[in-house]
Design a protein around this ligand. Structure first.
Ligand code: ADP
Length: 718
């Protein structure tokens, strides 16, 4: 009986395994690298062992260290999660030899599925339908090309050792075959150290439908329904759902039985997934699948078997009511499956999206950095968030940038989508770019809602990737008005705070007032406060790459005089529209009514380091109900005349590149003069002189990369 499990993984999957282990009263040991000392999976486990430096090759892939950790802590089993060592037959074998239970299939089963071509041969013998193709040993260009010509273009070249869509390329015509083959082989060699290729018929309108199988050590095998994972970007799954919509019961059961045959053909034990391609033209509504009594076996084809728990397993857990990790542990303990195929009932519909720290509007580039704010939708019986992150954590470039999986469940597909949209609207993330808004657009797309699914759906809808569209959305006047309101409220708030702390931040007039009255009055506290009249206040900021400079009369006479908040009202004109804004900012939450629409949302500073360097952060994120709106206040909001005399420090407010230096050492400068320009996240940021003086020293040349908080130059008095 397993008493203590070491989880040889990190992030959400480590947390997820720990959750079930706790329920089963099994102790848990986490492992962590230098990058993960404070990670949630480490905090969630009963014990944690340090296993090495941040690169996975030195930690999460370091078999030696992991085995050593398991032994030193007396763990009797290792759960590998997914990725890392989960499909490494040598590691599974190593565990077997060391007498540590590997929670997964036996090493020989992993090995037989390790090569896509060997797997295909096994499946052929087990009468599992295959995509027509060549998976032979002769790798000469002539043989591969002949196979392609015989099956007819387009074809797909696949690395036999491939994974994650790498080493995979479609070829549309004979003339380009050699060129694409060279590219595919190069990528395969670089990624997997193996450039053996197979050739398959390419199905451009295919669906990815996979079947969850489970086998115990006593020869029992079942399938727990299917999942549709057709919504993919570059062959990587984005949205997953269970069950796959629109399949006839006959097709469903034919696929399930084929999957079980596949598992049995390799003497499988534990949780596994058999992936099929389904001819979308036939399987979707326009086809006849749902009406046909007899499935045509040629409409689904074996692709590969994943010999581990999948990222998307929660959707199956929702519809089957089975805790797959608990089943994995029970099977590893030698127990029999508790349900027969007939006893497995599937109900309702579950939908999952993979929330990533990446920028969909910049080619989905991973976004690293500190997550300054992270709240997810509250979990309930039908909303599940699997994550390994919390506010303040860093997304590092060492590991996969998936922040969370958001999963919802309902009795119908439509309701599951609606619920997922609502849940995504409640997720608020700042500090890193995410695909959150993009995911909402994807699952609200009419074609997705109508379940017209196929693997090229995203690629065929470039509108879904349109940055201009997104920016237009961001720059809607109401967002502009909210940003402006925030800038002004913040200005007032900062001055008010400065007043309360008796710190710097008063103009000479204010200083003399303070001395005269010896206390704080609205005169000092609120810059814009005027008897019987509103003061005009302006703000400059950058939103979605565009600079805005707007001003309007601001009335603070309604201020509650509450010490920790700033209340104000104003009417701002943008183009031909008037925005009446009235609200309060308390340093964290902005509550504002904009043309009778009520908003209440947090605003977070994104330059945490700049703040610690005793500067006001200049970049903020308004976590409005619909969007995370990032703005940059320009010029840096030190407030007019706020800088203390003699404050000669010029610190980089963020990690940036120096793109221009406008002065030289020895130059005389006047207050407000631009000194140098930084660029960060494609935005420019000008550092200006806070007072008249002489440039003493410039620390970096143009082109240099500077870290947040770095001293940029020194200015002496003339
Ligand atoms: P990997 O192991 O790299 O993830 P897979 O063989 O699982 O590769 O394929 C990944 C994705 O590539 C599939 O989900 C599907 O979208 C697409 N794909 C694979 N084979 C074909 C094919 N023959 N025709 C069309 N698309 C395919």
């Amino acid at each position: 009986m397993i008493k203590k499990i070491l989880i040889a993984n990190r992030g959400e999957i480590a947390c997820r395994v720990i959750r079930t282990a706790k329920k089963m009263d099994i102790a848990t040991v986490a492992v962590y690298s230098d990058a993960d000392k404070q990670a949630l999976h480490v905090k969630s486990a009963d014990e944690a062992v340090y296993i090495g430096a941040a690169p996975s090759s030195e930690s999460y892939l370091n078999q030696e260290k992991i085995i050593e950790a398991a032994k030193s802590r007396g763990a009797d089993a290792i759960h590998p999660g997914y990725g890392f060592l989960s499909e490494n037959a040598d590691f599974a074998e190593r565990c077997e030899k060391e007498g540590i239970m590997f929670i997964g299939p036996r090493s020989h089963s992993i090995r037989s599925m390790g090569s896509k071509s060997a797997a295909k041969r096994i499946m052929e013998n087990a009468h599992v339908p295959l995509v027509p193709g060549y998976h032979g040993e002769d790798q000469s260009v002539e043989v591969l090309k002949r196979a392609a010509i015989d099956m007819g273009f387009p074809v797909l070249l696949k690395a036999v050792a491939g994974g994650g869509g790498r080493g995979m390329r479609p070829v549309f015509a004979e003339e380009e075959f050699e060129r694409v083959l060279v590219e595919a082989k190069r990528e395969a060699k670089n990624s997997f150290g193996n450039d053996v290729m197979l050739v398959e018929k390419y199905l451009p309108r295919a669906r990815h439908v996979e079947v969850q199988v489970f086998c115990d050590q006593h020869g029992n095998a079942v399938f727990l329904g299917d999942r549709d994972c057709s919504v993919q970007r570059r062959h990587q799954k984005v949205v997953e759902e269970a069950p796959a919509p629109g399949l006839s019961p006959a097709l469903r059961s034919a696929m399930g039985l084929a999957a079980v045959r596949a598992a049995q053909a390799i003497d499988y034990v534990g949780a596994g997934t058999v992936e099929f391609l389904l001819d979308a033209n036939r399987a979707n509504d326009e086809g006849d699948v749902s009406h046909s009594a007899e499935p045509d076996s040629s409409q689904f084809y074996f692709m590969e078997m994943n010999t581990r728990l999948q990222v998307e397993h929660p959707v199956t857990e929702y519809i089957s009511g089975v805790d797959l990790v608990a089943w994995q542990i029970n099977v590893a303990n030698g127990e029999r499956l508790t349900l027969s195929q007939e006893e497995i009932t599937l109900q309702g519909h579950a939908m999952e999206v993979r929330l990533y720290a990446e920028n969909p509007y910049q080619e989905f580039r991973p976004s690293t950095g500190t997550i300054s704010h992270l709240t997810f939708a509250p979990e309930d019986l039908a909303t599940r968030i699997d994550t390994g992150f919390e506010s303040g954590d860093a997304v590092s470039s060492y590991y996969d940038a998936m922040l969370a999986k958001v999963i919802t469940y309902a009795d119908t597909r439509e309701k599951a989508i609606e619920k997922l949209l609502r849940a995504l609207n409640l997720c608020k993330i700042a500090g890193v770019y995410t695909n959150l808004d993009w995911l909402k657009t994807v699952i609200a797309h009419p074609q997705f809602v109508a379940a017209q699914l196929y693997t090229n759906f995203l690629a065929d809808n470039p509108g879904l990737m349109d940055e201009a569209e997104h920016n237009k959305h961001l720059k809607q006047n109401v967002n502009v008005a909210l940003c402006w309101f925030f800038c002004i409220a913040k200005k007032l708030f900062d001055r008010q705070q400065a007043g309360f702390s008796m710190a710097a931040g008063f103009s000479m007039a204010e200083r003399s007032l303070k001395t005269q009255s010896g206390g704080l009055t609205p005169w000092q506290r609120l810059h814009a406060w005027r008897l019987n009249q509103s003061a005009h206040m302006g703000a400059e900021f950058i939103l979605a790459g565009e600079q805005f400079s707007l001003s309007a009369p601001v009335d603070t006479t309604n201020s509650h005089h509450h010490e920790a908040q700033t209340a104000m009202a104003s009417t701002l004109i943008i183009g031909n529209e008037r925005y009446h804004l009235e609200g309060v900012w308390d340093g964290e939450i902005l509550s504002v009514t904009c043309n009778e629409q009520d908003f209440r949302f947090p605003v977070v500073a994104l330059d945490a380091i700049a703040e610690t360097a005793n500067q006001t952060a200049s970049k903020y994120c308004l976590l409005t109900p619909a969007l995370a709106v990032e703005l940059q206040i320009t010029p840096a909001d030190h407030g007019e005349g706020d800088a203390e005399e003699g404050d000669a420090s010029y610190l980089a407010p963020m990690n940036a590149r120096v793109i221009e230096i406008m002065v030289e050492e020895g130059s005389d400068v006047v207050k407000g003069q631009a000194l140098l320009v930084l660029e960060a996240m494609k935005m420019e940021y000008t550092i200006s002189a806070k007072q008249d003086g002489v440039v003493e020293k410039i620390m970096y040349p143009a082109g240099a990369l500077v870290e947040a908080g770095a001293d940029l130059l020194t200015l002496g008095s003339q």
